[in-house]
Write a protein that binds this ligand. Sequence first.
Ligand code: NAP
Length: 289
Amino acid sequence: MSARVAFVGLGVMGFPMAGHLKAKGYDVTVYNRTAAKAEEWVKKHGGKSAPTPAAAARDMDFVMTMVGNDDDVLAVTTGSDGVLAAMAKGAILVDHTTASADVARKVFGLAKDKGIAFIDAPVSGGQAGAENGKLTVMCGGESAPFDRAKPVMDSYARAVTLLGAAGAGQLTKMVNQVCIAGRVQGLAEGIAFAEKAGLDADLVLDVISKGAAQSWQMENRWKTMTEGHFTHGFAVNWMRKDLSICLETARANGAHLPVAALVDQFYSEIQAMGGQRWDTSSLIARLER
Ligand code: NAP
């Protein structure tokens, strides 16, 4: 019999991720707060939907969650209708939300008290990575449950790695976001400079993307940035949520994040310009006002 998997949170990321599980032959039950989305998912993929996270999680071997922020993770895991209220001893809970390491450690402890394993497993790769099943998954937790859960996560990932104890997945995702913040700002400044200098920005970027300045952001975003299209990727509101987790964590551990702090403020200007749902490459918009 194929393993039973519940998936909680069918947003931009969760909807296609749960679809990959069904396509791989898992017995999938979904929950989504807005029920219409769960119905849409069942219509598209088959499987079942449940009225609460707890109902979805009952008798499951694995429960995956993909919601918004710390409070949402706590609501769907430790709330009265949360998955931990219903999961059986020996089952494994995997949270794919980008959240704080503190929340990961808290849920890990509460789950452990019930004999349930918890893995914090935020992802990188965006909507496209979720849709084509090529996410990078950064995990924290214990190795035995990780080894059991990895094949399930492989359904929608190209790399699934255990980086340390509970919280290590979230800390790794923070490193990812810190690296991206400065890189996108650098790219935005480069493009804006090229335009002011009277250069053909398209030609410039085509050339320098073959040299040392090359990056994923450059490869995938320079064309849309020069065209002013910001509708295809990771939303500014999500990035500010992530950077605030990074900055708070740095305050606690003594790391210095001056560029990430500055870029966070630039994103607040983008929000003030109406760009809450624009993608992160919209940093160029504040340079071209
Ligand atoms: P999204 O489209 O806004 O979806 C969020 C999902 O969580 C929705 O299904 C929402 O339900 C559910 N949800 C939120 N709060 C809830 C609560 N308190 N109780 C129950 N359900 C709740 O977001 P997303 O883009 O999929 O992102 C999800 C997570 O992945 C975030 O932590 C984000 O930072 C991270 N992430 C996103 C990307 C990306 O490119 N989008 C990339 C990497 C990581 P409703 O349908 O009812 O609103």
